[in-house]
Design a protein around this ligand. Structure first.
Ligand code: PGA
Length: 252
């Protein structure tokens, strides 16, 4: 697993696109031969093996799942284990996305177990956290994010934390068109680095990538990505169109 802080643009397709549409999208994006950063595709589970066939021979291109179960096998109808993902050639897993927390009841404890399961299988977790609108309005955004980070990293060694990709996604900015201002995002990313430092070390905090997510689009990408503590983006809506996604990648 790579341990360096680097620029990453990740595409979270959520529950969108057929396999054919997904393949066409990836083909169109990968027509760009000179990617300036790492690019991650997180399609639905059903698309992973087909998308892997297109991405496997490309440098700097990685495949992620959108979720996993923390047990390696067993009676968990409808779930997918990290062993199964590893078997398919997946390299990363989105863990703790706010839609999982809100709509499917993923708790801080589960998220921690999922992160541990990923790391055990050499899969890099893309660990998401972020406050809701009312928490920001009540000035509880730092407290909320601090708690989510502590829960997610609980029991992890410094070496393990070094392999985590962090993603700050304010819930009020996801799919709403309301992006955090570069100032709001940078301030939180700085705070996240301080939290990581207090859980591990300053060296680890400085060396992990922290992505921003929430209505990232071509029009706001360069402003956000030029902030010193923002190492990339986790993109939902705008990752479904090759031109939009490539403009965000180019903004790096
Ligand atoms: P959005 O989604 O870019 O559509 O706001 C981001 C995400 O949920 O990861």
């Amino acid at each position: 697993m790579s341990k360096n802080r680097r620029k990453i643009i990740a595409a979270n397709w959520k529950m969108n696109l057929t396999i054919g549409q997904g393949k066409e999208l990836v083909h169109n994006i990968l027509k760009e031969k000179d990617l300036p950063c790492e690019v991650v595709f997180a399609p639905p589970f059903t698309h992973l093996s087909e998308i892997k066939k297109i991405t496997s021979d490309r440098d700097k291109v990685f495949l992620a799942a959108q979720n996993c179960h923390h047990e390696s096998s067993g009676a968990f109808t409808g779930e997918i284990s990290t062993d199964m993902l590893k078997d398919m050639g997946v390299q990363m897993v989105i863990v703790g996305h706010s839609e999982r927390r809100e709509l499917f009841g993923d708790t801080g404890k589960w998220i921690n177990q999922k992160i541990k399961a990923c790391l055990k299988r050499n899969l890099q977790p893309i660990f998401c956290f972020g406050e809701k609108l009312e928490q920001r309005e009540q000035n509880q955004h730092f407290e909320t994010v601090g708690k989510q980070i502590k829960e997610g990293l609980s029991g992890l060694s410094e070496a393990q934390i070094q392999d985590v990709i962090f993603a700050y996604e304010p819930v009020w900015a996801i799919g709403t068109g309301h992006t955090a201002t570069p100032g709001q995002a940078e301030e939180m990313h700085q705070f996240v680095r301080e939290e990581i430092s207090s859980t591990s070390s300053d060296q680890v905090a400085r060396s992990v990538p922290i992505l921003y997510g929430g209505s990232v689009k071509p029009a706001n990408a360069s402003e956000l990505l030029s902030c010193p503590n923002i190492d990339g983006a986790l993109v939902g809506g705008a990752s479904l169109k090759a031109n939009d996604f490539l403009s965000i990648v180019a903004a790096v």
